[in-house]
Design a protein around this ligand. Structure first.
Ligand code: ATP
Ligand code: MG
Length: 374
């Protein structure tokens, strides 16, 4: 209920105003002079103050000065009532920050109109402030997220980039210093370590650039009509070569399968899913990749017999930097699935995960054959 404080030293006028307000459904209180009125306002801040000017103890001007300099009351609408409404009085009242001026005798209608106008003005102001606060809140949240992302990227640079860089430095150093003494096998081992590390770094940089570009909306996503069997076969062979000592990769695919897709995004989807399958499954196990088509979709699935994903982790896996608790010390930034999701969302597709902890995981990407984007 709207709470109005009436400060007026003439008892009859005060009571009249209180009655009018009461019948209009306002909760109104009276005070017989400025001092009492100010104390009442401080104790229980009203929604609006109606105040006489000439009063004993403390006059209306001083009440207004106090109200406008008290943080708790500063925005309270303030209406002066006075018998002697000389131009000078009015000017002084308004310059002190009064919202309206009523000359006695005033009618009930005049009083109510003024009150409603001031309350509406205050409500509009509050609404405006709420909007501004909201906008500020939203932009701050965006800033926070951005800077969190940056902080994490920087943290990862120092953490995940150091290992492969160290490996390159060390092997190059050994090759340079002991060139004469190294057996051909050892030399080859060091060279392989260098090329492997460069491959890891390149993939990491690729991922980070993609996430950064996607976040800032600068990713070029132009699609082309592709027979995806060729590139997917090539990715699988490439992975098989790198992991020949630990995993057996098998691809089941039709002879040809056409899809409108961006080749880079296709690579990101396939590479990240295979990389996860290999990373989170034991040495000696199989990874099976299937490419199938249904009347509406092209389905790519990658199946492993690895550690599985705990149910609780499934909800957040697609958010950047989220990893499941059982990933343990396996290296990873938590970006792969976020990238896959970004790419699949872009084509209006969906990702399905079937997983049992300790038994294995199958990730299935369903891409619509007719895509909304060209
Ligand atoms: P990145 O791919 O950036 O190198 P990552 O592999 O940790 O790091 P994601 O590919 O996004 O990140 O995967 C997120 C998490 O999901 C992983 O950390 C892991 O906990 C879990 N996960 C993903 N794929 C599998 C899988 N095939 N088997 C078990 N856990 C998986
Ligand atoms: Mg991954």
């Amino acid at each position: 209920m709207v709470n109005i404080l009436v400060i007026e030293d003439e008892a009859q006028i005060r009571q009249d105003i209180l009655d009018w307000l009461f019948f209009e459904g306002y909760a109104a209180r009276g005070a017989e002079n400025g001092r009492v009125g100010l104390d009442a306002a401080l104790q229980d801040p009203p929604d609006l103050i109606i105040c006489d000017i000439a009063m004993p103890e403390m006059d209306g001007y001083n009440v207004l000065i106090e109200v406008r300099s008290t943080p708790l009351l500063v925005n309270t609408p303030f209406i002066f009532t006075t018998a002697a409404a000389s131009r000078e009085d009015m000017r002084q009242g308004m310059s002190l920050g009064a919202d309206d001026y009523l000359t006695k005798p005033f009618s009930r209608a005049e009083l109510l109109t003024s009150i409603e106008a001031q309350l509406a003005k205050k409500a509009a102001l509050q609404e405006q402030m709420r909007h501004q606060l909201n906008a500020l809140e939203i932009s701050l949240a965006g800033e926070r997220e951005q800077s969190q992302l940056k902080t994490r990227l920087v943290a990862m640079f120092s953490h995940d980039f150091i290992n492969p860089l160290n490996a390159i430095m060390t092997s190059a150093d050994i090759l340079q210093t002991f060139e004469e003494k190294l057996t051909p096998e050892r030399k080859r081992a060091h060279l392989t370590r260098i090329t492997d590390s460069v491959r890891v770094l390149t993939q990491m940089l690729d991922d980070m650039m993609l996430v950064a570009k996607a976040e800032s909306g600068q990713l070029d996503l132009a699609s082309e009509r592709l027979d995806v069997v060729g590139p997917i076969t090539a990715f699988v062979e490439e992975f098989q070569l790198v992991h020949s000592e630990t995993h057996t990769l098998t691809l089941h695919a039709p002879a040809r399968l056409f899809l409108n897709i961006n080749p880079k995004l296709l690579r990101q989807i396939v590479a990240n899913l295979i990389s996860n399958a290999v990373k989170y499954s034991p040495s000696g196990s199989d990874v099976v990749i299937r490419l199938e088509e249904t009347p509406e979709t092209v389905d790519l699935s990658v199946q492993d017999s690895g550690i599985g994903i705990p149910e609780t982790a499934l909800k957040t896996l697609f958010e950047p930097f989220h990893r499941a608790s059982n990933a343990g010390y396996t290296k990873g930034m938590g970006l792969g699935l976020a990238i896959v999701k970004y790419a699949v969302d872009h084509y209006g597709g969906r990702i399905e995960i079937q997983s049992a902890v300790g038994q294995g995981t199958t990730v299935i990407v369903h891409l619509p054959r007719k895509q909304p984007t060209g």
